[in-house]
Ligand binder design. Structure first.
Ligand SMILES: Nc1ncnc2c1ncn2[C@@H]1O[C@H](COP(=O)(O)OP(=O)(O)OP(=O)(O)O)[C@@H](O)[C@H]1O
Length: 274
């Protein structure tokens, strides 16, 4: 399978080495998880892909989008790629959305800039996107402001904006961490469906292996700037190789691991509870 995004031996140094030779591949329709404790270098890795590292950061290695090297590109060149071919969703949907602009304004601006759509076509596509991410009353929602929506709906709107220009790659950094547990599952399910139906390659960054077990196809675990373990989801959860990964798994309440990744006994217990 050809990778749409290849990170090869990435290093990031900001006064000291913080990312120390990370390699990862993202494939269309697949969700690649990047797990690890706070401070392990997950966010710096995704910021490197977006070209949003602090100016003083020194980088090494390679990040290729298709055949194009994007690591070290000028910000102006990256602006064309960011939002159009690589989109992002962050932890806090409120900070990703402008509080004083309507949802419609934010969705259509983005499409008019990147896709060159006229006002009517952009509006029609905006309604379609909001319907797809299941924001209720999509047409009316265009005229409303972010604060008029719940946290979960705001994250759905951020996802609609991120995907409006049909990117190849979506970087989702802790996309459900700020949300109630009851809302998290719906957002993760949505990401899963969108990855599959839009052939979207997703990098899902989270410290939460429960979230990871719900949707990731492959999981890489980072510690202190390095990937210490990488495997498909079932393998990683069934037989973690590294002590660090075992530790992370042990710290999880059993109920947070998705049934597929559990032992038979655990799955039966869950069935009994239901
Ligand atoms: N601008 C910066 N200058 C110096 N050090 C930084 C900077 N940004 C991050 N770091 C350091 O780099 C390391 C990795 O940070 P990073 O944000 O990538 O971790 P993370 O795994 O995403 O954790 P979290 O989940 O807390 O964001 C941390 O030790 C952090 O303190």
């Amino acid at each position: 399978m050809t990778a749409i995004l290849s990170i090869d031996d990435l290093t990031v140094d900001i006064g000291r080495p913080l990312v120390k030779g990370v390699s990862l591949e993202l494939h269309p329709g697949r969700i690649q998880g990047l797990a690890g404790e706070s401070g392990s270098g997950k966010t710096l890795t995704s910021l490197a892909v977006l070209g949003l590292l602090p100016r003083q950061a020194r980088t090494g290695g390679s990040i290729r989008l298709g055949d194009t090297e994007i690591l070290g590109k000028r910000r102006r060149e990256l602006n064309r790629i960011r939002g159009r071919r690589i989109a992002m969703v962050f932890q806090d949907p409120s900070s990703a959305l402008h509080p004083q602009l309507t949802v419609g304004h934010q969705l259509t601006d983005h499409m008019r800039t990147h896709l060159g759509l006229n006002r009517a076509d952009a509006r029609a596509r905006a309604v379609e996107m909001l319907e797809r991410v299941a924001v209720p009353g999509a047409s009316d929602a265009l005229g409303r402001y972010p604060h008029q929506f719940s946290g979960g709906q705001r994250q759905r709107i951020s996802i609609a904006i991120a995907l409006a220009c049909d990117p190849d790659v979506l970087l989702a950094d802790e996309p459900t961490t700020a949300l109630d547990v009851t809302v998290q599952a719906g957002i993760l399910q949505l990401l899963r469906e969108l990855a599959t139906e839009r052939e979207l390659a997703v990098l899902l960054v989270t410290h939460d292996l429960g979230v990871m077990s719900a949707v990731a196809d492959e999981v890489a675990v980072m510690r202190d700037g390095r990937i210490v373990e990488a495997a498909d989801r079932a393998t990683l959860f069934a037989s973690p190789q590294h002590d660090y990964t075992r530790g992370l798994l042990a710290a999880l309440p059993g109920s947070r691991i998705e049934p597929e990744a559990r032992t038979d006994a655990e799955t039966r217990t869950e069935g009994d509870d239901a």
